[in-house]
Design a binder for this molecule. Sequence first.
Ligand code: ATP
Ligand code: MG
Length: 300
Amino acid sequence: MIEALYESDCPALKLLARGKVRDLYEVDDETLLFVATDRISAYDVIMKTPVAGKGKILTQISVFWFEFLKDVAPNHLITADVDAMPASVQQYRDQLRGRSLLVRRVEVLPVEAIVRGYLSGSGWKEYRARGTVCGLELPADLRESQRLPAPLFTPSTKADYGGHDENIHPDRCAEIIGADRTAEVARTAIDLYTRAAEYAAGRGIIIADTKFEFGVDSRGALMLVDEALTPDSSRFWPSCAYKVGRAQESYDKQYLRDYLTSIDFDMATPIDLPPTVLDNTLKKYIEAYVKLTGNRPDLD
Ligand code: ATP
Ligand code: MG
């Protein structure tokens, strides 16, 4: 049995926020602690039952990518090893082991750096309506889920809690964070995506798009923050089932979405999930991890 963590409880640390999946604590002025719980959401609704082990896999996927991509861009990760964290954190090691990141606290840029390699989601919606994505002109006659001629930097604003992010034109992004910084973010985000997507493609996973967040350290240097290239921040598609001209199955959430459809889920009331949905969902996360890294995730 894998033990589930629905909500972390670390009273000696200051809780800054609980997101849909992660709890965020202040450790000191310079460091934060991210705890990936086993909560799962679909259509922005958090389910009542956790997927035991999911937070550990998500954390280990981020750690894998931070290491893999560290030559492309520096990142905020200090350690994922609870035994190397400050004593104030270690006292909660039983809850935190395998699912926590100690990170450098930096000034986060107020935009999300989305990179799209394929036409899907809100990008497909805008393209179908206007022939553009984030106001950027694209070739005519692209089909749903088609690979784009080149990866596209399509920033969005960061919505406050409960709000929805809004796609913006890169020119608007330049007004918010400056033209030079925008160019640097766009270049870095595309480099990160390209390197990761090429690697994943060789392992049977299409990374259709992803959302990065960047911060700026005290010397003004750009740093990759938040999570990196997880199924929560990206569209992962199994290559073997890929077919252009239609929506693709999601790697991790498909069982859950199919189940919610089958029971006429009303999107307003969080519900309990049956064991088969939990098992099958966890299996997909494990499969994604194994495919990407060649190793089994550590779920102990
Ligand atoms: P969601 O569950 O939809 O993602 P959310 O974005 O509110 O909701 P989190 O993603 O858990 O919840 O919130 C994490 C917050 O921490 C984000 O605002 C992110 O920008 C911020 N953050 C990430 N890395 C750092 C860092 N190194 N320093 C400071 N803040 C950071
Ligand atoms: Mg977030």
